[in-house]
Design a protein around this ligand. Structure first.
Ligand code: MOS
Length: 692
């Protein structure tokens, strides 16, 4: 596509929002100052399926400071109930434990919480089923998986490939239910002014919240505004609104002119705001003795809900990662009495590539080939799914360069033979791939303010990962000025349309819009704009992406230590080598890579939401019992990338980087555990007792 000369892009730049952040001037949603707010605490169901027969509100209403108690019988009605996740307090039906069935609004959070505890509820409970299992009698094949991918895919004849194979790997791999857990929970501040609604909500997509909720609330999108300039971590669950946004809006409707504040508690972060489905993958690889893949069959079983269908696209990545003639991948889902799963940290790729890349390690062992060489041997020339050329696929260089920098030793691959005193040591590798996604429709406007300053406006969202800075650099280059001359506005649906900060697509999509707006601006005003001169544009279609397949790639190398006596696992070292096009801001990009790799360690060794089948809720619903790594668990984690431009992908030569660090990293840890101990982990998280 048409590209621009880059100067600021590619330079390591401190966050432009850093000074506001350290000075406490970068408010998260809940912190936006509003005069005299009321506070909301929700009541959630203690049954997993059935109906609420009665809620006794008298005691709660008598608590000093209580303003109102909402129930399924008195809550304002929604206009549109098409999307199950947004149907809040519209009927007494209970679809999962932890569903919002009421709320108290009070003058203080303490009064609201106390009063909420005084609500007494009568239910009629019916049988429920929250037990995820791949052989569930109600498992079905959906039409589509998340991301719009067809649930089923086939090329060639896999039966033939397997009957002719020298070597077959045929195993099950599983990943547990996991919850996003950004440090800033989901929060909302809702304020009605007549028929106009303003939501301050922690979201990866301000315009998306308007588009989703305006119809439900019976509003024209022009009378709803969503503001979110800063976010304390997104991880996917903030990619769309959830029940709390609807509840906040409904509660505030009864208090015209007065804001209602609602911070989802850490316990409820394991409830109605999305999570990663557990996955079970039946994966079969067929190969020749020399390690050349001849067939792949990946059946991925995932959990959906009766609230809305969500199908984690775990079987998608193996469709085009390796050069294989015969491939069949299929998703199967089962709707249980659970909340709706949603996006979490590379949905699809993260669990799917765990299965795929552990299976590849098993194939390397079965064929007696170095696992780095096995990947190189199966590298496709062109996209095997579509036959299109890659815009730039330098995975082999990631593997070779990464192996070199990490100090990979192909002559030392026998398992359970190295030690460092009482600890067994091992190394593992896995690759990463993530599609380069560009969402259509982002718009940007640019206005010259005089004195060399340009106002750039776009309704983008910064999860905390650095969009403020990356877009400043892109705008500077697009206008041919210095980054210091750019004043950026983002995080507000009143700004020109911004697409979602999700699918690693944000910077690509918004950047293209800014480049388009700058092109219009420069054409119109040349080098002599007057104060007030303004131009706006929508990101153009990138026709290159019709003739090329663009994706980001990477290779993870991990060293582990396992205590022989206790099984205690340590990850002293991890290195990721990436191919992602031009890196816009090396400083924040490195953080995204090593953050994603830390998620991989977390997925491999720590995270697991344990749902109690008797009651239907997540037992370990806090950060004491839902384990995430601490600083002591994350040691020498480093990332590097190839120097490249991909002008087929975006106008500044970049591809997406948000999720590539997450993909494959858990497999690399587990593959290193096999090398250290000879024990093959196929079910996450790996625990010390698995290794003894
Ligand atoms: Mo990301 S999990 O696509 O928000």
């Amino acid at each position: 596509m048409t590209h621009i000369a880059t100067r600021a892009v590619g330079t390591s730049t401190a966050r432009v929002d850093g000074p506001q952040k350290v000075a406490g001037l970068a408010p998260y949603a809940y912190e936006h100052p509003v005069p005299d707010p009321a506070y909301l605490v929700p009541l959630v169901s203690t049954i997993a399926r059935g109906t609420v027969d009665r809620i006794d509100t008298a005691e709660a209403e008598a608590v000093p400071g209580v303003i109102t108690v909402l129930t399924p019988w008195n809550a304002p009605r929604l206009t549109d109930q098409a999307e199950g996740e947004y149907v809040v307090l519209q009927s007494p039906e209970v679809l999962y434990r932890g569903q919002i069935i009421g709320a108290v609004v009070a003058e203080s959070p303490e009064a609201a919480r106390y009063a909420c505890d005084l609500l007494s509820v009568e239910y009629t409970a019916t049988d429920h089923d929250t037990r995820f299992r791949p052989d569930h009698p109600d498992a079905y094949t959906p039409e589509k998986a998340n991301g719009g991918y067809p649930a089923e895919y086939e090329r060639g004849d896999t039966d033939e490939a397997f009957s002719a194979a020298d070597v077959v790997i045929d195993e099950w791999y599983s990943t547990p239910e996991e919850h996003n857990n950004p440090l800033e929970p989901h929060t909302v501040v809702a304020l009605w002014d007549g028929e106009t609604l303003t939501l301050y909500t922690s979201t990866q997509h301000p315009h998306g919240v308007v588009a989703a909720l305006a119809p439900a609330l019976g509003l024209d999108s022009s009378t709803m505004r969503v503001i979110c300039p800063y976010i304390g971590g997104g991880f996917g669950s903030k990619g769309g609104p959830h029940a709390h946004d609807v509840l906040g809006a409904l509660a505030a409707r009864a208090l015209p002119g007065r804001a209602v504040k609602f911070a989802v508690s850490r316990h409820d972060m394991f409830g109605y705001v999305g999570y990663r489905s557990p996955t079970a993958s039946h994966l079969r690889l067929a190969a020749r003795r020399d390690g050349r893949l001849t067939g792949i069959v990946h059946e991925a079983f995932v959990q959906s809900s009766h609230v809305t269908e969500f199908v984690e696209q775990a079987a998608v990545p193996l469709r085009n990662l390796y050069d294989v003639a015969d491939v069949r991948t299929i998703h199967r889902a089962v709707a249980l009495d659970v909340p709706a799963p949603f996006w979490m940290r590379a949905p699809g790729e993260a669990p799917g590539m765990f299965a795929g890349e552990v299976a590849m390690d098993e194939l390397a062992v079965a064929c007696g080939i170095d696992p780095v060489e096995l990947r190189i041997l199966n590298e496709p020339e062109a996209d095997p799914e579509t036959g299109k050329p890659w815009s730039s696929r330098r995975l082999v260089e990631c593997l070779r360069e990464g192996a070199e920098r990490f100090g990979w030793d192909p002559s030392d691959r026998s398992p359970g033979t190295r030690s460092d005193g009482r600890r067994l040591t091992g190394t593992g590798v896995a690759v990463a791939t993530y599609p380069h996604m560009v969402q259509p429709g982002s718009q940007a406007s640019i206005r010259y303010r005089g004195q060399g300053r340009f106002q750039v406006r776009i309704g983008a969202a910064d999860l905390g990962t650095g969009a403020w800075t990356a877009l400043t650099l892109i705008a500077a280059d697009a206008l041919g000025v210095a980054p210091e001359q750019i004043d950026l506005d983002l995080g507000d649906s009143a700004l020109p349309y911004g697409t979602v900060a999700g699918g690693s697509s944000g910077t690509s999509s918004w950047g293209n819009a800014i480049v388009a707006a700058a092109g219009t601006f420069r054409t119109r005003f040349g080098g002599t704009p007057e104060p007030g001169d303004e131009a706006s544009a929508t990101a153009g279609e990138n026709s290159d992406l019709e003739s090329y397949t663009a994706a980001s790639f990477g290779a993870h190398f991990v060293e582990v230590q396992v205590d022989r006596d206790t099984g205690e696992i340590r990850v002293p070292r991890m290195f990721g080598m990436f191919s992602v096009g031009r890196v816009i801001n090396p400083r924040t990009a490195r953080s995204q890579f090593i953050g994603g790799m830390s998620f991989g360690i977390s997925m491999a060794l720590f995270e697991e939401s344990i749902r109690d089948p008797r009651f239907g809720h997540v037992l370990n619903h806090d950060l004491a019992e839902y384990h995430v790594p601490t600083h002591a668990d994350i040691r020498d984690v480093d990332a590097a990338w190839l120097d490249e431009d991909d002008f087929h992908a975006t106008a500044v030569g970049s591809r997406g980087i948000g999720e590539i660090g997450i993909v494959g990293s858990a497999a690399a840890v587990v593959n290193a555990l096999w090398h250290a101990t000879g024990v093959r982990i196929r079910s996450l998280p790996a625990r010390l007792d698995d290794l003894l």
